[in-house]
Write a protein that binds this ligand. Structure first.
Ligand SMILES: NC(=O)c1ccc[n+]([C@@H]2O[C@H](COP(=O)([O-])OP(=O)(O)OC[C@H]3O[C@@H](n4cnc5c(N)ncnc54)[C@H](OP(=O)(O)O)[C@@H]3O)[C@@H](O)[C@H]2O)c1
Length: 247
């Protein structure tokens, strides 16, 4: 059977853990060549061993223009990019109004994602698909995460108009907004273990499944948005949240 992902080329940032790692895994399983970038290799190491020809990893920080330029140079000889997932992201707790907290998170979540697209724009295939990563919290509140939520909200808004601007080049831009997903990002918020457990328990009560999403559940939706099956989906933000935003 024809597999549309076979032999295609994808670039995924934030590939060393969580959702980005699962997007890489699914693409590799489907036969796509993947270039991943993150600051550390992390949990991508086993995939490097399993797919030595298909997977390329580049150490890099999406907030550093030189690293993004290096990514573009690395990808150039590999051919045109069919799929781009600027997934790298951070979340930082910050009580009250702290413009610097917004700046730090926008640097990765917004600027980092948009600059990844900007630097690779000329290397995208036609057609190509781009999936940005938002958050379910754009539709909700979460004390301490105002700056994080705002950084993602701006990205989602940016992506909607980019979708119109890039449509003429047959570049489809969409966003997937994950709900509470069991990844390392929660542990990096800096909450004491007991507080984190209490937060998780409160969140669980609002999830229709009663538990956090696993990263693959989000990654599978990302893959669908990249696929021809989603060829009619332009500039949309799909919330994948086990029902959190329903209550
Ligand atoms: N988990 C959730 O509940 C949830 C909910 C909504 C949205 N999201 C979003 O989903 C995306 C993936 O997050 P995750 O949950 O999978 O968390 P994660 O496991 O912490 O993964 C984050 C990834 O981003 C990379 N990264 C962070 N800063 C970077 C930088 N400056 N340059 C390059 N790479 C960087 C990390 O790798 P290195 O540290 O090795 O660089 C890691 O690979 C993020 O955009 C996040 O905001 C997550």
């Amino acid at each position: 059977m024809h597999n549309e992902f076979s032999q295609r080329l994808a670039v995924v940032t934030g590939c060393s853990s969580g959702i980005g790692l699962e997007v890489c895994r699914l693409l590799l399983e489907a036969g796509t060549r993947v270039v991943g970038m993150s600051r550390t290799l992390g949990e991508l190491a086993p995939l490097q061993h399993a797919y030595p020809q298909q997977l390329h990893w580049l150490a890099g920080d999406v907030t550093q223009p030189a690293d993004l330029q290096a990514l573009a140079r690395y990808v150039q000889p590999l051919g045109a990019i069919d799929y781009l997932v600027p997934n790298a992201g951070i979340a930082e707790l910050a009580e009250g109004v702290q413009p610097q907290a917004f700046a730090r998170q926008w640097a990765v979540n917004g600027d980092g994602a948009l600059n990844t697209l900007a630097v690779l724009r000329g290397q995208l295939a036609s057609p190509a698909a781009v999936v940005f990563i938002g958050t379910f919290l754009v539709q909700r509140s979460f004390p301490g995460l105002a700056a994080y939520i705002a950084s993602k909200a701006a990205l989602v808004a940016y992506a909607r108009t980019l979708a119109v601007e890039l449509a003429a080049a047959q570049i489809r831009v969409n966003t997937v907004s994950p709900g509470p997903t069991a990844t390392a990002i929660w542990g990096k918020l800096g909450l004491p273990e007991e507080t984190l457990a209490a937060v998780a328990s409160g969140v669980n009560q609002r999830l229709l499944s009663g538990e956090f999403l696993d990263a693959a559940a989000v990654a599978e939706v990302v893959l669908f948005q990249l696929s021809r099956g989603a060829r009619g989906v332009w500039g949309q933000d799909w919330v994948v949240d086990n029902g959190f935003t329903l209550s």
